[in-house]
Write a protein of this length. Structure first.
Lengths: 283, 440
């Protein structure tokens, strides 16, 4: 939804057909991608019977479902867990990933490429394959249903992506700047803090944001490793489905409330995100 | 950046909120599903905590299948995350046999165990010992719209047959705009379409397995039952019937889009509620229809509360489950939420209560259906399993769901009934061979 803003008004008169088609295509794809979210928001404002009736855009909106959702369980507690876990794991991941990406980008060895690939390969394992061992470890060290436990899991889950992204950003940075710093007598730490980090801040920010979003949306581990105290918003949404009784409107209302914070955050940081994600894309 | 500035404040607020909870009390974690009766139970947390000041309740509400997976992981690994679990008649004997559930052999006298309905109690027992306490129980029955039946001059007999139901469906289908003659479950799943289909097969004289555990899915009785089901639902059912489960049919029927519906007795309370249902004033009910035999024509299910063997707070957990399934609790719900909302089907005393029988005209009916359902004798010919609409073996979840999918395929017309049943038979044979019930 962000890609069509560049065409300045002056160009519009002489807009070639190709560009028009591309713009239309872009908008259609964006609308298709956005449609489920729009439908969810609309359903949240319907009554339960209207939610399950034949799909329609015309209905009399009601806050019934939001009231029911509010009355039942503590949204705030789940939301706080989500915030703590998503930001906590992102901070931890950045803390580990920055030094390792620095080492890989500026002091590569024969095996750096292999190490990077191997790290990424851990993402290819279906999480359910390691559920039981992790569950047992968590049980023995008392991490079940704790925020710390989830922060650790999410950090490990996102670390490969975070390292990869940072590695790409760091590698794109001209080595000469760091060398110049070194000539002036900067230590490695000073080099990282005063040169590398400020210069790659957009990249670090977008990496951090991506990690926050991934942690916010994660549902497998949060459902399996928490019960009540550390349960984040994904568990909150899951609690509204019902085998007996209508629940779609309430589920949609709960989901809308669950994605609202991250949606707003994404909206506010849209520019940085796109810039960061395309930072090293064109070479 | 503004968010970052607010973060310390929010974290502090969270810390304070959490500190408030940390008291030296026994905290028990109750895992449950989001059914209406459970939502009421959750809303009465305060009443329990007032009566038991040393116990606090923590709720985990999850989608049924996620909950089941979560509970099995926890029990199998001895995680001890839950002190009370909500499980059904299908799981209780299986889990109890594996030693996963705490036997409930020392219930307090005032719990009045003999008041529990015998068929429900038997379903939750292993070797005569209760392993879970019934929260609510249901059977199945037929709902119909009395206005349509009167207009068409049809009189509902005391015990309808499936042949009659087919004739009525044909007569009433389309007589109003968007009216289906009959609504039935079509959505695949062992707890969805197969719950209904199993009762239909039972009454058509079929069974899942013979006494040596050989599957009989391509028998004549199954073929008759499924052909009848596919014909009935594709000709006189609502559009897209193969994706309708209990919830979808409940919505269709309560909006007045079905002339008849055969499903769980627990729907009655919702259909009689004028706020939720357009047919509250014209709702009729009858026993589940029969064909060759009345045996197994209606099911028996109960949602029950159990204590996992891994719980560290068994005493407090028992205090909670005896409270939530007691006469006292049922009265509390009657007084706070209205008598149609009380959890049905568990105790004789509920049906002796005039306030309930007056508010719920279907009460006596449901009681009879539950009492008559016999999970140990559910088919015309003898079978080796326990369960009316399911087979009480661990393999049934996968068998039931797989067969459910082939039957849904027959319903949509993707395969013929014969082919669907042959496929189902082969798949079930393989599973049973692998599990060691029958020889390869």
């Amino acid at each position: 939804m962000t890609t069509h803003r560049n065409s300045a008004p002056a160009h519009t008169r002489s807009l070639p057909i190709r560009q028009l088609v591309l713009t239309l295509l872009g908008w259609s794809i964006a609308l298709i991608i956005f449609f489920p979210i729009l439908w969810m928001v609309l359903t949240g404002f319907k009554t339960e019977t209207a939610a399950i009736a034949d799909p329609s855009f015309i209905f009399s909106p009601t806050l019934e479902s939001y009231q029911a959702v509010q009355a039942r369980s503590g949204y705030a507690r789940f939301a706080l867990n989500s915030v703590a876990i998503a930001f906590g794991s992102t901070l931890l991941a950045l803390l580990i990933a920055i030094p390792s990406a620095y080492a890989m980008a500026f002091l590569p060895t024969k095996r750096t490429k292999g190490t990077l690939l191997w790290m990424l390969s851990t993402k290819m394992l279906p999480p359910v394959g390691v559920l039981v061992p992790i569950y047992l470890i968590f049980r023995d060290v008392g991490l079940l249903d704790t925020r710390t436990g989830l922060i650790i899991i999410y950090t490990l889950m996102n670390l490969p992506i975070v390292v990869w992204m940072l590695y790409t950003f760091f590698k794109d940075m001209p080595k000469d700047i760091l060398e110049a710093g070194r000539m002036d007598g900067a230590s490695t730490l000073q080099e990282v803090f005063f040169l590398l980090l400020p210069l790659t801040l957009p990249g670090i920010a977008s990496t951090g944001l991506l990690s926050v979003i991934l942690s916010w949306n994660e549902a497998f581990w949060s459902l399996n490793l928490t019960s009540s105290k550390a349960a984040p918003l994904t568990a909150y949404i899951a609690s509204f489905s019902s085998p007996e009784g209508l629940f779609w409107a309430k589920l949609s209302a709960a989901s809308t409330m669950a994605i609202a914070p991250i949606l707003i955050l994404g909206w506010m940081t849209q520019k940085q995100m796109v810039r960061g994600l395309t930072f090293g894309a064109v070479k | 950046m503004r968010l970052a500035r607010h973060l310390p404040v929010t974290t502090l607020a969270a810390a304070i909120a959490l500190a408030g909870h940390a008291q030296a009390q026994t905290e028990i974690t109750v895992a449950t599903v989001n059914n209406n009766d459970m939502v009421i139970m959750q809303s009465l947390t305060d009443a329990f905590e007032q009566a038991h000041p040393d116990i606090t309740l923590d709720w985990v509400v999850l989608e049924e299948n996620v909950l089941r997976q979560r509970m099995t992981t926890d029990i199998a690994t001895g995680g001890g995350q839950f002190d009370v679990m909500t499980i059904g008649t299908y799981e209780v004997p299986i889990w109890a046999e594996r030693g996963w559930l705490e036997p409930l052999d020392s219930l307090p006298d005032d719990y009045n165990e003999d008041d529990l309905l015998a068929s429900v109690r038997d379903g939750l027992s292993l070797d005569g010992t209760l392993h879970a306490l019934p929260f609510y129980a249901e059977s199945s029955m037929m709902y119909y719209r009395t206005d349509l039946f009167e207009q068409a001059g049809i009189e509902m007999p005391e015990q309808p047959t499936w042949t009659q139901v087919r004739d009525w469906a044909e007569q009433l289908h389309g007589s109003e705009d968007g009216l289906a003659g009959i609504c039935l479950r079509g959505k695949p799943g062992w707890g969805e379409n197969m719950a209904f289909v199993s009762t239909l097969v039972n009454t058509f004289g079929g069974r899942w397995f013979d006494e040596q555990w050989n599957p009989e899915l391509n028998s004549e009785a199954w073929n008759n039952a499924i052909s009848f089901y596919v014909d009935l639902l594709s000709n006189y059912g609502p559009p897209g019937a193969s994706s309708n489960g209990f919830n979808e049919n409940l919505a269709l029927f309560s909006r007045g889009n079905c002339a008849m519906w055969v499903d769980a007795t627990s729907a009655a309370g919702k259909l009689y509620d004028e706020n939720e249902s357009d047919v509250a004033g014209t709702l009729g009910f009858a026993p589940a229809p029969i064909a060759e035999t009345p045996k197994g024509s209606h099911w028996l299910w109960s949602w029950a509360l159990a204590i996992p063997a891994s719980s560290e707070h068994k005493e407090a957990a028992q205090a909670f489950i005896t409270w939530a399934t007691s006469e006292e609790y049922i009265e509390l719900v009657g007084e706070t939420n209205g008598w149609t909302s009380v959890p049905p089907g568990t105790r004789e005393s509920t049906y002796a209560n005039e306030q309930y029988t007056e508010a719920a005209p279907f009460a006596a009916f449901v009681l009879d259906a539950i009492k008559e359902a016999d999970p140990t004798d559910s088919s015309l010919e003898p079978n080796p399993y326990v369960g009316v609409q399911f087979v009480g073996i661990p393999e049934f979840q996968s068998i039931g769901t797989q067969v459910g999918q082939t039957i849904a395929a027959a319903l949509t017309g993707d395969t013929s009934v014969e082919q669907a049943l042959d496929n189902a038979q082969r798949a079930t044979e393989r599973t049973m061979q692998r599990a060691g019930y029958i020889e390869r």
